[in-house]
Design a protein around this ligand. Sequence first.
Ligand code: SPD
Length: 352
Amino acid sequence: MPRLFATLLLALTPLLASAEEVIRVYNWNDYIAPQVLKDFEAETGIRVEYHTFSTAEELKDALASGEAIDVAVPSHDTLPALIKSGGLHPVDFSLLPNRKHLDKQLLSTLVALDPGNRHALPYLWGAVGLAINTPQAEAAFGGPLPDSWSLLFDAEQSTRLASCGISVLDARDETLSLLLNYQGHSLARSSPSRIKRTSQVLDGLRPNLRYIDSERYIEDLSQGKLCVAMAWVGDALAAADAGQPVRFVVPDEGSVLFIDNLVIPSSAKRPDLAHRFINYLMQPKVAALITAETLYPSGNADSKEFLGEALRNQPGLYPDRDTKRRLHALETLSDKHGAIRDEVWARFRDGS
Ligand code: SPD
């Protein structure tokens, strides 16, 4: 018998060696501390196959393609469609003891989009605003700048700034929503003809832009190669951290905020490992490490006590009360907006 057992073990050894546990994770670019992935792998023996994307559409396509994805990070506004189409696994709360550390206010905002908070766990969040390299922008503009989206949406102003470098995020719904908000309207409540008319404003901005991109601008801002960029908060703070005189502004007209969430797509091959990974990320210390690296506010309320003093008080990281009043969550759009929104965006982004 022992001989039989030993033979069996010998025969199985190569199989056991190749049975490495792997999870495939899809996250936004520059949205994790690489050390966290290394620590998770070392602690659990689970290898993380890590992929990044830089637009909501890229993630949507990856999820729709049916390829196996164990953990993804969609924004709050896309949750209702993902849930309705059966694209997400409900999470098993019993496998997520660290869920108790999550920010209750974010959970209550999300519950309207994800009943019972069954599918999505807030990861990082933040505001969209303007990253302004003040000395460069003032020199090009010819004096102090207004804290206003007019820097982008008034062609006379964007023309004055064009020489020092302006960029816009490759973020369709954010851009159209901000433009309509600047005009006193809401994207979700606008008629197709009003949405179509935003093209006139975007046509005035387009020739003054260096590019429309959500990844390249991070490096360029940090190297002083852009003076005004529509930005997600952490990317703007990273440029200031790199030593550039860049400030992050939520313009007077207000802006949108996003909540990005950890979810388990229904294509997941290893929902069990996905739960382990998500629970790992929800440890307050780990979540604090992620905020320290990315400079985005955490969905984990208890992580704050693990942030260094300087970071906890860093202006702009967690919006103050006055800024919060000017922020609203990006709205979920109905299907009736789809065609015209895509048409306007394709004309602006690709010139088609
Ligand atoms: N550097 C990537 C930051 C991603 C921020 N989230 C984007 C939300 C889009 N709705």
